[in-house]
Write a protein that binds this ligand. Structure first.
Ligand code: XIL
Length: 319
């Protein structure tokens, strides 16, 4: 059981909660390329080191997140000194240098990585039309895994994405993973982000995803679990409009729906425990969640604003 953290979570009550409930941590932001590698020849290690040091001191595992992602990348990555877009060769060299530096620094301390994050498109295209894809085509995906594997052959390497329970996207991810495996690319697992909500996914959708990805021989981790109390999915699916933006109270109805969703989710996790090697929550408690930044307070986690277990927590642990 893991949790996404920020260096400021290592003080006081938050630290106690992390240590009493979790045995793995992930950096919510500080290991992403933008924060950790802001200038081509300069790394900013301080915050990421703090995460790894806290884990070492307290015997927690660390999942590295994320080596290659289209978002939160530094500006220098794609352009030369004149501001012109770089060639595929240059981009891949830069990516290799980045991945090699991070993975080498934390060798033996970070056991698994989200190597490539969110490369598949939500719409009609197969691949997301990101700057990475524009410059390097789909090759940046296989290459990223190769660079990570070379730097630490023991690290468990994941492809990570969201909306993995939506049939069309699931199918595209499955096909990509299958072809990467057929080419011998060192990929060991698939990370299903699990940014879910009170109305999705269904049990059937979730089970189908686990079965399909497991059939490739990959291990599965749920890497960014939260259950939004508002209807809708990440990635722009329509909400049913039943709740107004300004409504920011954690109502008894939300509490009940969320509890039931969490209960279902963990029933499925237990059913497929042979296939699932980790579950990481995206943030620690309802005091702070990345979902708050969307114009309304959310209550997506198992601990409340006072860091106390919610009813959903009890529903999850009592079975
Ligand atoms: C989010 C962080 O939680 C936010 O603080 C940040 O502003 C944006 O990124 N998918 C991912 C995560 O893989 O890295 C994202 O984290 C959430 C969606």
């Amino acid at each position: 059981m893991g949790v996404a953290v920020r260096p400021q979570d290592f003080k006081g009550e938050e630290a106690k909660l992390i240590l009493s409930q979790f045995n793995s941590i992930t950096a919510e932001n500080v290991m992403k390329m933008g924060p950790i590698h802001p200038i081509e020849n300069k790394f900013y290690w301080k915050d990421a080191d703090e995460i790894v040091d806290f884990a070492q001191k307290n015997k927690l595992k660390v999942r590295g997140h994320a080596l290659c992602w289209h978002a939160q990348t530094p500006r220098w990555l794609y352009v030369d000194q004149e501001g012109k877009t770089v060639s595929k060769d240059v981009l891949l060299k830069r990516l290799e240098n980045h991945i090699d530096s991070v993975v080498t620094r934390y060798k033996g301390k970070i056991y698994a990585y989200d190597v490539v994050n969110e490369a598949i498109d939500d719409g009609q295209n197969t691949y997301r039309k990101s700057k990475l894809y524009e410059i390097a085509g789909e090759d940046f995906i296989a290459k990223s895994f190769e660079y990570a594997h070379k730097a630490d052959p023991k690290a468990v390497l994941f492809y990570n994405d969201y909306n993995t329970e939506i049939p069309a996207k699931r199918e595209k991810i499955y096909t990509m993973l299958k072809s990467l495996l057929a080419k011998g690319v060192p990929i060991h697992g698939v990370g299903l982000q699990a940014h879910w909500s009170i109305n999705s996914p269904t049990r059937e959708e979730l089970e189908k995803s686990i079965e399909m990805f497991s059939s490739l021989g990959l291990q599965i981790q749920f890497t960014e679990l939260d259950v939004s109390v508002y209807a809708g999915r990440q990635g722009g699916q329509l909400s049913n409009g039943s709740r107004k933006i300004e409504e920011a109270v954690f109502t008894p109805e939300m509490e009940q729906q969320q509890l039931e969703k969490y209960q279902m989710i963990f029933e499925v996790f237990r059913k497929y425990k042979k296939n699932i090697t980790g579950v990481t929550f995206w943030n620690l408690s309802d005091k702070y969640s990345w979902l708050d930044g969307r114009g309304r307070k959310n209550y997506p986690l198992l601990f409340d604003k006072e860091l106390k277990p919610k009813k959903a927590y009890n529903a999850v642990i009592n079975f």
